[in-house]
Ligand binder design. Structure first.
Ligand SMILES: CC(C)(COP(=O)(O)OP(=O)(O)OC[C@H]1O[C@@H](n2cnc3c(N)ncnc32)[C@H](O)[C@@H]1OP(=O)(O)O)[C@@H](O)C(=O)NCCC(=O)NCCS
Length: 139
């Protein structure tokens, strides 16, 4: 049975084991991941016993905007509605019930998010990527 927890109190090491399955978070460090968890407003995690098998997190002002980040389900556990449950728990979360607009970016999973009510028709996003600035911004 999969259990869902509502807390950012997760061992960063376990999260890195999920991140390393992706091409967008595979190079994250332990220190940075610990810092990221400490500054996350809402985190939902999925567990098979002691094993972390799914994760998603939110940064928000709790009223106007919330952004959803780092949604991932362990490859061995995909297609079992775990990702769907993580998103639904975020959208129904009591601390987020007044949030007007949830935003996320995805390159490959539009179908997954569309099935959960997300639309790509309303907003377009722009990204400023520190690693891609030429010349690099330094102090
Ligand atoms: C995206 C991801 C989180 C989905 O999690 P999951 O647990 O495998 O998905 P679920 O089993 O909850 O799927 C829920 C529904 O979405 C559908 N779905 C899943 N992936 C889909 C896709 N790529 N395109 C269209 N629909 C999809 C499922 O068929 C299911 O539909 P149903 O309820 O009608 O049966 C998971 O595939 C993942 O971790 N991918 C790799 C990490 C990643 O790159 N994440 C980036 C997210 S922006």
């Amino acid at each position: 049975m999969i259990n869902f927890l509502d807390s950012p109190d997760i061992q960063a090491q376990q999260l890195l084991a999920l991140f390393c399955q992706t091409d967008w978070a595979g190079d994250r460090s332990l220190d940075d991941t610990q810092r990221m968890l400490a500054h996350t407003d809402v985190a939902i995690s999925a567990w098979d016993g002691p094993r972390l098998v799914g994760f998603g997190r939110v940064l928000t002002d709790f009223i106007y905007r919330a952004s959803i980040w780092d949604v991932i389900v362990d490859r061995a556990y995909q297609d079992r509605d775990i990702g769907k449950e993580i998103i639904q728990r975020i959208l129904k979360h009591p601390k987020l019930e007044r949030v007007e607009l949830f935003w996320l970016c995805t390159r490959r999973y539009q179908g997954f998010y569309a099935s959960l009510g997300f639309s790509d028709k309303e907003q377009t996003g722009m990204v400023w990527n520190r690693r891609k600035q030429i010349p690099p911004l330094t102090e």
